[in-house]
Design a protein around this ligand. Structure first.
Ligand code: FAD
Length: 265
């Protein structure tokens, strides 16, 4: 899950054209909250929920621990935060490398650290919204992927998702271990309860650096990025809208003409 600038606040770019993540208010990306929610529901619906652990993983600057804390307050069991100055400015390719190495950290499925059966992602981040990290993560982990799930059903190791397209709904099956990304249609994310907020204070958050997870600092960061933002321009201020007046009964036609000209009807 990702720590992103609060969309309701002032968002800006830095001089190197990367998003300013340090000098602005941030929060857990709303789209990743849906992934946390689905992970918690899978745990709650499991025959023996105590045997299921929900670990949240975030790559980001120091403040990004707030996103980890929020997920712990929602009910996740454990947090892992990869924090290293060398990561700043990474593109999605490098971010997926850090995430994959962190997922595999300590030996992955067999060797402790962060054992996993299911890696869940949001459908995109609310700041970059490239929607490529889940697929890159699956490739790096050599796992199958079920993306853009609006519904998830579990039956043992079998996972069935519903995928809503423009013209059809697909039902796609996979078997764990695998990567699933979920959409904002998958179900409202819960708010942390008072009990959850208090319980989160006792939950562990491990802080890892690149060397902990075996990533070379030269493979991440702005200088290693395969993609670059060349130019940013401030959005122009909004212009006043056109007011259609109903003079002598001509308002409806004027409104219809206006909507037709805008191709709304
Ligand atoms: C266990 C797990 C943990 C995840 N943690 C993260 C996460 O920490 N960050 C993340 O982007 N996605 C994370 N994801 C993916 C997340 O759930 C969304 O799927 C993802 O953010 C969607 O990315 P995107 O492809 O839309 O790329 P975008 O919306 O473009 O977002 C990714 C962009 O943000 C940049 N970025 C990320 N972290 C930093 C940083 N610390 N400093 C500077 N730039 C940064 C990336 O390099 C990339 O350019 C995680 C997924 C899983 C399964």
């Amino acid at each position: 899950m990702k720590y992103v600038p609060d969309a309701t606040g002032n968002r800006r770019f830095q001089h190197d054209k990367t998003v300013d993540r340090v000098g602005v208010d941030g929060l857990l990306s709303e789209l990743d909250e849906y992934a946390v929610e689905q992970a918690l529901q899978i745990k709650e619906k499991a025959g023996s929920p105590d045997d299921v652990e929900v670990t949240v993983l975030c790559v980001g600057p120091e403040q990004a621990v707030d996103a980890v804390r929020k997920a712990l307050q929602m009910g996740a069991d454990r947090g892992v935060h990869v924090q290293d100055d060398a990561i700043a400015g990474s593109d999605a390719i490098a971010t997926s490398l850090v995430l994959a190495k962190a997922v595999q950290w300590g030996g992955g499925a067999d060797g402790g650290g962060m054992p996993y059966d299911l890696v869940m992602c949001g459908m995109a981040s609310t700041d970059g919204s490239m929607s490529v990290v889940p697929a890159m993560l699956a490739e790096r982990l050599s796992l199958p992927q079920l993306t853009l799930a609006s519904k998830i059903e579990m039956q043992g190791v079998e996972v069935r998702i519903q995928r809503d397209g423009d013209v059809a709904t697909e039902v796609v099956d996979g078997a764990m271990p695998l990567v699933v990304s979920v959409t904002d249609q998958s179900g409202e994310a819960r708010y942390p309860s008072f009990k959850g907020i208090m319980a989160a204070k006792q939950k562990p958050v491990e802080i890892l650096t690149l060397s902990d997870i075996g990533v070379d600092a030269g493979d991440v960061g702005l200088s290693a990025a395969w993609t670059a933002v060349e130019e940013t321009t401030e959005r122009p201020p909004r212009e006043a809208g056109e007011i259609v007046k109903d003079e002598e009964g001509s308002g409806a036609r004027a409104l219809a003409d206006f909507l037709a000209a805008q191709k709304f009807i």
